[in-house]
Design a protein around this ligand. Structure first.
Ligand code: FAD
Length: 389
């Protein structure tokens, strides 16, 4: 019997183990933590947004994803979870969550399925080194334990949220087998900006270069957060400008005309009823139109124009990103040209399959990253077990 060892018990590794077992392999799942699936419990704010019914291949950074998504689609994923005991519900934007509202439910049904399939799980095995022989692989832990495998599935994850186990060690291990890694950076993470406004939330249209995202922005002591900011963080670099439109339903001209009709009042309340009070005061200060205690009837037309312009196009300079601990995913990873997208097998190391976030694949918030983990894991498991191309 084909002995497949899955290296890393995250979303993609668990799915790879289930698929390999389904296709007849003897499967061992190896994990360094005391338990598998630690990151899954944190996903979707504890609710696990595990896929998205509106998913398109273009949601990802590369068309490499197409073969895996075709081999295990969104519909198949939802059906698979239903079969193993998890009913799901789709919400706004096509985001799919367990009906129970608990990320732990996703992990629980997966654990039951692994048990049903008699997948052997070895925890506290911190993989340090892999060596390839003519007949297979030897996997060594930091404690010098050793496991043999005919085929391996590398599901180490990337570097995001290292407390869950994905500390980037997979890159070093796969590099030692001859693979190369593109530049990696944290993504789906908060942005540090040139100014801070603590504890305010506002709906806004966020623009960074060609990318526009709508949603709730959180203003924090370090900069900006919230789903639109996370999505922009996939591309934003230090020194870039991110602009916020706080009144996306109004044109600048409409806003200007409306502001001119505002009743006379102190500037400190001039924008109340239009934008969050604290934000409004900050914005007015930045427009450089004098003290907030002055009366709005003293505003000149060009000053009202400036206020309208700033509400529509408030510029924040990116000064950095929050660290890996805060990031939801990794941008970059194992170079895609080194992997066969039809099987997930390495083109450089026969018998070595690679899944999930370890590869140079990422996508915005919305269930796309977990779908990649399920699809790539499934395809790798099936292929490693001999059900491939
Ligand atoms: C806070 C948070 C919220 C998220 N929410 C969502 C969401 O709602 N929807 C969504 O689609 N995506 C979400 N994501 C992203 C998603 O969770 C990941 O993209 C996905 O889990 C990646 O799966 P993976 O199997 O590739 O890697 P991981 O889940 O990171 O799993 C890697 C596993 O390998 C183990 N490992 C690593 N190195 C070694 C080693 N040397 N030896 C042994 N074991 C090792 C790790 O301990 C870990 O268990 C979220 C991420 C975070 C951090």
């Amino acid at each position: 019997m084909n002995k497949v060892v899955v290296l890393g018990g995250g979303a993609s590794g668990i799915m790879a183990a289930i698929a390999a077992s389904e296709y007849g392999a003897e499967v061992t799942l190896v994990e360094k933590n005391h338990r598998i699936g630690k990151k899954l419990l944190m996903t979707g704010n504890g609710r696990c947004n595990f896929t998205n019914i509106n998913l398109k291949a273009e949601d990802y950074n590369s068309a490499f994803v197409c073969d895996a998504l075709n081999s295990f689609s969104v519909t198949q994923t939802i059906e698979f979870f239903k079969e193993i005991g998890l009913i799901s519900l789709a919400e706004d934007g096509g985001r799919v969550y367990p009906a129970s509202g608990q990320a732990s439910a996703v992990l629980d049904v997966l654990l039951l399925e692994l048990e049903r399939r008699k997948v052997k799980i070895i925890c506290y095995f911190d993989i340090d080194k892999i060596s390839k022989s003519k007949v297979g692989f030897e996997i060594f832990s930091k404690n010098k334990e050793k496991i043999y495998a005919d085929k391996i599935i590398a599901s180490f994850g990337g570097k995001a949220a290292p407390k869950t186990g994905s500390d980037g060690s997979g890159y070093r291990i796969l590099e030692s087998l001859g693979h190369s890694i593109t530049t990696v950076s944290c993504a789906l993470v908060q942005l540090k900006t040139d100014r801070s406004i603590k504890g305010v939330r506002a709906k806004a249209k966020v623009t960074h270069k060609d990318l526009t995202e709508m949603g709730e922005v959180q203003f924090t002591e370090y900069g900006l957060s919230g789903i639109p900011i996370f999505n922009v963080s996939r591309y934003a670099k230090t020194g870039d400008i991110v602009t916020l439109d706080l009144m996306p339903d109004y044109s600048e001209k409409e806003l200007f005309e409306y502001l001119k009709t505002r009743k006379a009042q102190k500037l400190e309340t001039y924008l109340v009823g239009i934008v969050n009070k604290q934000l409004g005061q900050m914005l007015l200060k930045e427009c450089g139109i004098g003290k907030l205690s002055k009366n709005s009837k003293e505003l000149k037309e060009f000053e009202i124009e400036k206020i309208a312009k700033t509400i529509k196009n408030w510029r924040f300079t990116v000064t950095g990103k929050m660290p890996w601990e805060n990031a939801q995913v990794t941008k970059g990873g194992i170079r895609l040209s080194e992997v066969n997208s039809k099987t997930m097998e390495s083109k450089l190391v026969k018998g070595c399959y690679i899944t999930g976030e370890l590869l140079d694949i990422d996508a915005p918030c919305g269930g796309f990253n977990l779908q990649w983990a399920w699809s790539s894991g499934y395809l790798a498991g099936k292929s490693a077990a001999g059900g491939g191309e």
